[in-house]
Design a protein around this ligand. Sequence first.
Ligand SMILES: *Cc1c(COP(=O)(O)O)cnc(C)c1O
Length: 345
Amino acid sequence: MAVIDPIDLRSDTVTRPTPGMLNAMFSAEVGDDVYHEDPTVNELQDYVAELFGAEKALYFPTGSMANQAAIKLHTQPGEQLIAHQWSHVYNYEGGGVSFNSGVSCKLLPGPQGLLNADQIGPAVNPPDFYHSPLTTLVCVENTTNKGGGACYDFEQIKAIGEVCRSLGLKYHLDGARLWNALVATGDDPKAYGREFDSISVCLSKGLGAPMGTVLVGKSSVIDRAMRVRKVLGGGMRQVGYMAAAGLYGVKNQMSRLNQDHLRAKSLAECLSELSYVKGVEPTQTNIVIFYLHENVSESKWLDFLKAHQVRISAMGQGKWRMVTHLDYSEEQHERLLTTLGLFNP
Ligand SMILES: *Cc1c(COP(=O)(O)O)cnc(C)c1O
């Protein structure tokens, strides 16, 4: 049997460093970052801070740690944050909001994982009503992960920011895939930098680095973030080798995200025309979420995917996810479009 090149669309985190990225890693200058002496980490932090017009930035090993540190910095135990019911901070960070910060979540609904400014006011507990937890933080996600890679309209981001400022709430952006949103919308990162108290941006998703997330914000926030990162076990040493990968990704592999978006749109169109597919969520960036008809046998579908060496994510209840990325080639894309047409439920 001929060996086929497997197609892995489970996530945009399955990529391997490109030759240019590896080269940047091997030639990185490093030092002990716990002493702030790693020149490459410092360069990455300065570069990303500057990109968002922020005062400072701090390199974290993961996006979860950066989000959790931000939540810790913006809240006190017993308080409450507001987030979408599908948010990563609530669903996929191991319960860290309560474990690390002793904070509860008020979860709000909304199409495609997006919040609307009008929802925020009514979700805030009255500050003088001491029976309820004090609401102190709003977290939004852009693009939305579980919401299918949807982007906020920047006007909505600003409107939520106005509500936060008028009610004295902090405002954090989980921007794990903010790069995708910036490429898709053409929005100015500095405008984002002005709106939020903190923003986390992942280097290990679409940009293709092996690890790393940068948290940006005011010096007053980031200086305190250093201590929280240490407490969480995220103080790292000669990590410039990894920061070099992230810096290379930001500088050289951001504009190509558009290619991922085009392929995702093309997959969404293909799926929407197949009789065994019940529906496809609107596809704005690199995430395609679709639903199989109820009469499709899940085991037959899984066998089919396996036989064709295609890996995607099951999200439960007939919901499936494909994520395009830099290791998903044009050849694989053409082959997948053909393959999807071969399934006979
Ligand atoms: C991937 C992701 C994160 C961070 O995840 P880590 O695996 O901890 O790096 C945070 N938020 C969203 C929306 C994500 O998709």
